[in-house]
Design a protein around this ligand. Sequence first.
Ligand code: HEM
Length: 273
Amino acid sequence: MSRFFPTKANRRMRQIAAEIERILKGIIAKRENALRAGQATSDDLLGLLLESNMAHTRAGGNSKAGITTDDVIGECKLFYFAGMETTSVLLTWTMIVLCMHPEWQDRAREEVLHVFGDRTPDYDGLSRLRIVTMVLYEVLRLYTPLTALQRKTYRPTELGGVRYPAGVVLMLPLLSVHHDKEVWGADAHEFRPERFSEGISKASVDAPAFFPFGWGPRICVGQSFALLEAKMGLAMILQRFSFDLSPSYTHAPFTVGLLQPEHGAQVRLKRLH
Ligand code: HEM
């Protein structure tokens, strides 16, 4: 309810939302005009979406067959939020955790230097990074960016022996599942990337218990891309810098939309050569 009150923060939020919508409408109109004029749009998600939408509308001979501009705006916002913040918060926690566990920072750097030397990382090499992948999985487990998922029953549903009517919101607490000692063992709260040494299914007693990207039909569409981006970013940082925590850093995981370090991530970088 509180988001409907005309508070200062709510008014500011609505202003920002309107501004983003105005900017996006401008970008979309420009791209659509270019498409109609037969000019190729740039090779990005918005270009592909508009091109496919236009082809779909034309094939159906019906301007209502495609998705609306509001839908396109919704997709842009979704991909921006779902794709940007999540991966950046994963990299932030990874840097913090590798400062707290310098032995893993050294192991990850050794692997990166062994695979790439000082070359720019490529797709094939990134798929061969074992230690880096284990580290990222363990960070995703302990500092799950999206700490909970919600689902609403749309018809009477029985779950675990309990019957729910339609319209009940169920919360799936990913972070709690990721910290559950019954599933992960007595060291569930500790950073131990080696638990993933034989893959995700062998890491927990009760597979599957690792859901940083959700599960089922609505599983994250960007999960492979996110891991690739995180590996690329981390590999390039490890190649160039060693890092430790500044004395001003205070460890305070805090949920503001995503799980973030409440007081920032004060990390000191030292150039390696
Ligand atoms: C570490 C990075 C990421 C994490 C932890 C993450 C996590 C998730 C989770 C848990 C969901 C499921 C939400 C639900 O079931 O209610 C989801 C959905 C989604 N993610 Fe990600 N995500 C990440 C990166 C990305 C990236 C890079 C993209 C795009 C390039 C992306 C695009 C999406 C989209 C479009 C959905 C909605 C899918 C649908 O509703 O069918 N995500 N993500």
